[in-house]
Design a protein around this ligand. Structure first.
Ligand code: NAP
Length: 307
């Protein structure tokens, strides 16, 4: 594949930036990938494992001369980082981000950017519960979606080149409006995470009563919740604080449906439960048919399990 950007700068060196760097270098899409993270420890780890071609000691130094700058920090600090790098940006450069929330990030970042750079927000729908510079791997984005959220009047060449980068590192791309993105993600990702956090919290309270039986006999349903609930606390705090409206709307609907199911259990309404579970099973089939998950039992885990 040919080089799309002579120099790419990644600000923040965790799971997403690490995976991007490895995938960009795997595909030969950049002349050079430069990185920066806030802590000396992360920068030193990134150097040690050769995560980028070069690690700089400041965000401004990292973005100097870069043709593409991608903000890969938690959603709540995107604005601060944008303010920090703005004076050092190369005229004509593209600035993007990978934040899980789009409207709040656009509102926080756009006012800091000079007029002579292109801002093209994006969000790769790929991740794991691991974080930090050692968590990244080149295949993370393979066959996953990356949503591109261009602003009104965006430079089409800049948008097209960023889309080509995401496709070059394995993803499929779609364009979406910021508010719609935030609502879709509240349904598909944000609210499910909150529910997983809650369920694991409830079980943790119970664990104190039953002396670790919850962990010992943890069956697939609960274990899958614990995987999601192990996700990075800073990232997820920022997601909820910055996608407040859409998450609260979906949580409201969730609560209503939960009450309806609770009522069906209390009144012995088996038809309601059966019809509901039949509908949800079809959604799972749709996800598998769209190639977004494996059809293997228990997500393809090979170990035998209890429960
Ligand atoms: P991560 O592994 O926790 O890494 C975050 C990185 O940001 C760390 O290198 C951290 O530096 C750095 N950082 C934090 N505050 C900073 C600041 N003020 N200035 C410079 N660097 C700073 O996080 P991640 O999972 O890669 O997530 C990064 C972004 O991607 C978030 O906006 C998240 O919403 C989005 N996202 C995540 C996922 C996912 O599943 N994880 C999926 C899609 C999108 P230190 O190590 O020095 O603290």
């Amino acid at each position: 594949m040919s080089v799309l950007y002579n120099r790419v700068a990644l600000i923040g060196l965790g799971l997403i930036a690490g995976s991007m760097s490895l995938a960009i270098r795997r595909a030969g899409l950049a002349g050079e990938v430069v990185g920066y993270a806030r802590s000396a420890e992360t920068r030193s780890t990134a150097r040690e494992i050769g995560l980028c071609d070069r690690i700089e000691e400041s965000a401004a130094a990292a973005v100097k001369g870069a043709d593409l700058v991608v903000l890969c920090v938690p959603v709540g600090v995107m604005g601060d980082v944008a303010a920090e790098i703005a004076p050092a940006l190369k005229p004509g450069a593209t600035v993007s981000d990978v934040g899980s929330v789009k409207r709040a990030v656009i509102d926080a970042v756009a006012p800091h950017l000079p007029e002579n750079v292109h801002f093209v927000p994006a969000h790769p729908l790929a991740g794991t519960e691991h974080s930090g510079p050692r968590a990244g791997y080149a295949e993370l984005f393979d066959n996953r979606w990356c949503l591109i959220v261009p602003q009104e009047g965006a430079d089409r060449a800049a948008v097209g080149r960023l889309e080509a980068l995401w496709r070059g590192i394995g993803a499929q791309t779609d364009e979406m409006d910021a508010d719609h993105h935030d609502l879709v993600l509240a349904v598909t990702s944000h609210t499910p995470h909150l529910i997983a956090y809650t369920m694991v919290g409830v079980a943790d309270d119970l664990r104190r009563v039953t002396d670790s039986e919850v962990i010992k006999y943890s069956a697939a349903g609960f274990r899958d919740f614990t995987r999601i609930a192990a996700s990075d606390p800073t990232m997820w705090r920022d997601v909820f604080l910055n996608n407040r409206e859409a998450t609260l709307e979906i949580l409201g609907r969730f609560t209503e449906e939960l009450f309806a199911l609770q009522r069906a259990i209390r009144t012995g309404d088996g038809d309601h439960l059966h019809a509901y579970f039949t509908r949800t099973r079809a959604i799972r089939r749709g996800i598998i048919e769209a190639g977004q998950d494996t059809d293997a039992p228990d997500f393809g885990r090979t170990r035998t399990r209890s429960g």
